[in-house]
Design a protein around this ligand. Sequence first.
Ligand SMILES: *[C@@H]1O[C@H](CO)[C@@H](O)[C@H](O)[C@H]1NC(C)=O
Ligand SMILES: *[C@@H]1O[C@H](CO)[C@@H](O)[C@H](O)[C@H]1NC(C)=O
Ligand SMILES: *[C@@H]1O[C@H](CO)[C@@H](O)[C@H](O)[C@H]1NC(C)=O
Ligand SMILES: *[C@@H]1O[C@H](CO)[C@@H](O)[C@H](O)[C@H]1NC(C)=O
Ligand SMILES: *[C@@H]1O[C@H](CO)[C@@H](O)[C@H](O)[C@H]1NC(C)=O
Ligand SMILES: *[C@@H]1O[C@H](CO)[C@@H](O)[C@H](O)[C@H]1NC(C)=O
Ligand SMILES: *[C@@H]1O[C@H](CO)[C@@H](O)[C@H](O)[C@H]1NC(C)=O
Ligand SMILES: *[C@@H]1O[C@H](CO)[C@@H](O)[C@H](O)[C@H]1NC(C)=O
Ligand SMILES: *[C@@H]1O[C@H](CO)[C@@H](O)[C@H](O)[C@H]1NC(C)=O
Ligand SMILES: *[C@@H]1O[C@H](CO)[C@@H](O)[C@H](O)[C@H]1NC(C)=O
Length: 653
Amino acid sequence: MSFSAPPDLPSLFTALLYAVHGVKMRLSQSWPAPAAGRIAATSTTSSAESGLVPLVFEPLPLGSIQPTGWFKDQMQLMADGLAGHEHDFYNYVAHSSWLGRDMEYSDLNEGLPYWFNGMVYLAYGLNDERLKDQVHSAAGYILDHQWDDGWIGPENKTARNFWGRMPLFLGMTGLAEANATWEAKIVPALHKFNDLMNTMLNDNYTGYWYQKGDVLNDNDTDWGRIWHQDMLITLQWLYEHHRGDQGQMLLENMKMLHDCGLNWEDWYNQQAYFGQGIDKDLNTINSNLTDDNYAYEHGVNVAQAQPALGDNYYADRAERVAFNAIPAMATPDWWGHQYMEQPNQPEAANLSSSPFYNTNSWGATFGLEPNYPCCTVNHPQGFPKFLANSYVKVGANGLAHALLSPGSASATLRGNKVTVKCDTAYPFLDTLTYTIDAEAPFDFYVRLPGWATIDASIKVNSEEVSPILDSETGMQKISLDKGSSTVAYYLPSTVRTESRENNTVSVYKGSVLYALEVTNHNTSTPPKPYDNPGFGDEYFNKCYYPPQSRDWSYHNTSRWNYAIDPETLQYHSPDSSSTSLANPLFGAGGPPGYVTAKACEIEWAMAFNGSVPGYPPNGEKRKCVGKVEKVKLVPYASARTHIAELPVLDLGG
Ligand SMILES: *[C@@H]1O[C@H](CO)[C@@H](O)[C@H](O)[C@H]1NC(C)=O
Ligand SMILES: *[C@@H]1O[C@H](CO)[C@@H](O)[C@H](O)[C@H]1NC(C)=O
Ligand SMILES: *[C@@H]1O[C@H](CO)[C@@H](O)[C@H](O)[C@H]1NC(C)=O
Ligand SMILES: *[C@@H]1O[C@H](CO)[C@@H](O)[C@H](O)[C@H]1NC(C)=O
Ligand SMILES: *[C@@H]1O[C@H](CO)[C@@H](O)[C@H](O)[C@H]1NC(C)=O
Ligand SMILES: *[C@@H]1O[C@H](CO)[C@@H](O)[C@H](O)[C@H]1NC(C)=O
Ligand SMILES: *[C@@H]1O[C@H](CO)[C@@H](O)[C@H](O)[C@H]1NC(C)=O
Ligand SMILES: *[C@@H]1O[C@H](CO)[C@@H](O)[C@H](O)[C@H]1NC(C)=O
Ligand SMILES: *[C@@H]1O[C@H](CO)[C@@H](O)[C@H](O)[C@H]1NC(C)=O
Ligand SMILES: *[C@@H]1O[C@H](CO)[C@@H](O)[C@H](O)[C@H]1NC(C)=O
């Protein structure tokens, strides 16, 4: 397998495909007939036979990577918080139709599969026995109840929709990688299912497309068609690791799922989604939200369709999401999560008018199910998947730290046992220190983010080295001897801004987004059911919920309507360079380091009946209404109330 991307790498927007998994699965853009076996650009045998474009980097089996430092602390909070207790009490998991009960929030029967997909990765990422018991018990029940004809899940013949199986199988493949006992049960069950899927797809795409007499409708089956790439990940995994005698059938199923799926390649082009110009703000493009296009515009689908092609740009984006957007949407103790997050969010409370499409007035608060329950079951996926993809194999003799974060990995490269432990407070501090042991020489790689400065440096056993940089992937290659080595990766960054609409900027340092800190006080209530957001107890009287599960609102206790002078941005590093950070980390004052700027209040009004900030005034109208003062910008995810798209003003910096 070649290290850099194969030469036929299709252009970014036509190639958008196939990998929630985070790593490098690609299918050639024009699908080859399985039998014709078009030779892909590089040389692995399986790709030559199948026409599947090989992985740029190969993921390590689940369980090979463990978090350390602050990342471990935060994943442990997830385990001890809402994510790790849904199996005990949350209706759509504990009483799911998948486990012999009847609770579902929609005909899609996706609640338990979503939960399972995140939880397998959390349980094995942390090696947490209590969570492993939860996923084993769910997997055991589901596999023991596989139908005689091969179907997996609670649905009878007329109600079958492939969709729910897609996240479920992502969890099952992870479990099979992590535990040989489960591999022995899961692989035959998936083969039996694959057989049935072949029959169904050949029968005019039953289960994938509405058929006369089905209980399903097109809206239900479209979920499978827009997310077919998730099923392809599982089928390609089976093809590469457990093909059995199903090689051709697996390829045929992949082809049929793709052919009848909703087509991301068609959508991400100049005529469709970005028809009005790639750089346009989402507020202003004609987003063409028709029933036909719903699946392409629903945020979860778009996020989960992110490709990862070995392109450094996507790794930078993955780090940004992990260090900013994901933790910003949970309470610091991970017992509450949010449905709608706004970059400019001076408060997170019940809205008197909602600017959001199909979201109730509580969607901006934090809690058990502030809006639709899909995010209660799906919210634990991000960190565990980020972890599972943080180290990857490069060719036969390389191991790379791709998504930088504190964690350790073990891998076997051509029989050579290698362990790597990274001690760091990255992305909040600049140094990553690796302790590495190997039985034989191998190539170690560390990724150079797109924002890195020329001062970045690497020392191996205290000697500065000049690594070979692959500019496409950002990977820097360091050849290491056998035995023990230490690698010190110094990765300094400067404060930089990115332009946003209406003459505003977002402020970054490295992978961290800094936002104006708006102080707040919080209020809370017992959890409210999403479809009945009154304060009646009747729903929750029916089931137990732990006292830690509460619904939280955050109200500003300081002004938020500031403009800043970007010329005056200044980073203040922490006194300590210790890699042990606060826990919980993502609360007020948690992460080390902050930024200051000269700023002044401007006349910037709330909109939607006082619910959310309106457009900031522009041009002549943007002027100081108060004195020039120094304001503090803090890591975005540490501030539940924040302004991250800041109007710009010249204050004589
Ligand atoms: C099949 O399941 C659907 C949805 O749960 C239900 O409406 C239908 O009555 C069931 N049909 C049979 C034959 O059990
Ligand atoms: C693998 O799964 C089996 C069966 O659930 C369990 O007994 C065992 O502890 C698991 N192994 C690991 C390493 O988690
Ligand atoms: C195949 O399914 C489509 C979509 O539901 C339907 O329009 C078409 O009539 C079906 N064809 C046959 C032969 O059943
Ligand atoms: C599918 O969804 C659209 C838009 O929400 C709705 O108008 C339509 O009635 C739905 N179709 C069915 C068969 O439920
Ligand atoms: C909107 O989407 C529909 C369906 O995909 C497409 O036919 C139409 O051309 C699009 N219109 C615009 C203005 O992009
Ligand atoms: C929450 O907001 C909605 C809509 O703005 C309103 O009808 C409701 O009374 C509010 N609830 C509370 C408890 O403030
Ligand atoms: C910029 O602000 C103006 C009002 O001042 C508003 O009409 C316009 O839509 C805004 N543009 C964007 C992209 O937000
Ligand atoms: C609510 O505010 C109190 C006091 O500042 C704080 O200790 C607590 O952590 C906050 N709770 C949440 C869930 O943010
Ligand atoms: C909080 O924001 C509101 C809305 O802009 C503002 O009226 C109020 O003064 C702010 N609260 C404080 C304490 O500054
Ligand atoms: C503000 O509230 C009023 C009364 O509920 C409503 O008629 C109006 O549409 C709301 N305005 C906006 C911008 O949502």
